[in-house]
Design a protein around this ligand. Structure first.
Ligand code: CP
Length: 309
């Protein structure tokens, strides 16, 4: 694997290798001795984090992962304004210039779908797609799937309810691609019609024998779900024919929805949430979204070790 651009690149064998490494990292991380040893593993490696869109989790968990492995990190946040993009420089030219500084990896977030592929075309350094428009967010999908595996102790045979902005949410697309690698998966897509999942994902799922239904009704199906994966409305992305984000009002997970869920299910959210999961849910044992976010750093450490060790 030269670049990390799409979740489809990962096969089960590699996913399981990364998850086993993530388990090991999590288990031993409280030990100061282990952390000191880890900081020697990728010493001298250089990471550039170039983010043209806002981020809290992805940017800082990659930065923290790199720090804990001894890498040096240089970053530009808000690269749209704080890099020479504001003067009109193309992404391709920026990548060519950055490659001249001998980075090992460029972690790139961009507002345009396909930007990571364009960057990879002209980059000798590994490009990791940290989210490209409505396209993909492969490391988010890895940490989502890792959390499912870690919390439920299985992936094959699960039912996943995926709700929210399915039209524009790149985490949904990326997770759907990874779920397609597993057996006997059933997906319940919940959204208003304006924000429904794309045909390309449905075709991919059918090809990979993942069964799915589409519904606007949370309540009739939430009791079947092993995983409830909820997402926010991506107001920052235009969607032709849908400017009215109030279509999503009512698609919320709160105490009433908890009552209908299985006792041993989990609720995930890539975060940030903006009201679509009630804070009253946070104290329930099934609310796994902050554990999911914690896992992000370890999954990214495991991925960096796989790429460079
Ligand atoms: N989940 C996620 O990508 O969060 P950030 O936008 O904060 O990186």
């Amino acid at each position: 694997m030269k670049h990390v651009l799409q979740s489809r690149q990962f096969d089960r064998e590699l996913i399981e290798k990364i998850f086993a490494e993530t388990d090991r990292l999590r288990l031993d991380f409280d030990s100061p001795f282990v952390r000191a040893q880890l900081r020697k593993t990728l010493l001298g490696r250089l990471m550039f984090c170039i983010f043209y869109e806002p981020s809290t989790r992805t940017r800082l968990s990659f930065t923290a992962a790199a720090h804990h492995l001894g890498m040096t990190v240089t970053h530009t946040e808000n690269a749209k304004e704080f890099s020479s993009a504001i003067k009109g420089e193309t992404l391709e030219d920026t990548m060519r210039v950055l490659n001249g500084y001998y980075p090992d990896v460029i972690v790139l977030r961009h507002s345009e779908t396909g930007a990571a592929e364009r960057a990879a075309e002209v980059s000798s350094a590994v490009v990791i797609n940290a989210g490209d428009g409505m396209g993909q967010h492969p490391t988010q999908a890895l940490l989502d799937l890792y959390t499912i595996s870690s919390e439920l102790r299985r992936i094959d045979g699960i039912t996943v309810m995926i709700g929210g902005d399915l039209a524009r949410g790149r985490t949904v697309r990326s997770l759907a691609y990874l779920l397609g690698k597993y057996s006997n998966i059933h997906i319940i897509f919940v959204s208003p019609p304006e924000l429904a999942i794309g045909e390309d994902i449905k075709q991919y799922l059918s090809r990979h024998e993942v069964t799915y239904i589409e519904t606007q009704d949370i309540n009739s199906h939430i009791g079947d779900a092993d995983v409830v994966y909820w997402t926010r409305v991506q107001k920052e992305r235009l969607l032709v024919g849908c400017q009215d984000t109030s279509v999503f009002d009512g698609y919320r997970i709160g105490p009433a929805e908890l009552l209908r869920m299985k006792h041993e299910s989990i609720i995930l959210h890539p975060l940030p949430r903006v009201g679509e999961i009630d804070v009253a849910v946070d104290h329930d044992h099934r609310a796994a979204y902050f554990r999911q976010s914690d896992n992000g750093m370890f999954v990214r450490m495991a991925l960096l070790r796989y790429l460079f060790s």
